[in-house]
Design a protein around this ligand. Structure first.
Ligand SMILES: [Zn+2]
Length: 86
């Protein structure tokens, strides 16, 4: 259970349509949906990807972000986006 909580804090969607999400405070965008229903998200600025299924991280990003331009979202900004949703 504790493990689940940590995962939820590392990852969340940024909009109701789930077109954008963040992992470790870096912004990712949806690029593809797999046949198994999982969604592939890719970093906006480099090739790092991760998979999400049933709103949970199925496959974590492998490796480091390669660009200094990778968009870092501050936790306070994530809070703002979520507040805006509701
Ligand atoms: Zn990146």
């Amino acid at each position: 259970m504790a493990n689940k909580l940590i995962q939820n804090e590392r990852f969340s969607f940024l909009d109701p349509e789930k077109l954008a999400s963040h992992y470790d405070s870096i912004e990712f965008t949806k690029i593809e949906k797999n046949h198994d229903g999982s969604i592939i998200y890719r970093c906006c600025k480099c090739s790092l990807t991760f998979n999400v299924q049933n709103d949970m991280v199925l496959r974590e990003p492998k490796g480091e972000h390669k660009s200094i331009d990778c968009i870092v979202i501050l936790p306070v900004q994530i809070g703002c986006i979520k507040a805006y949703e509701n």
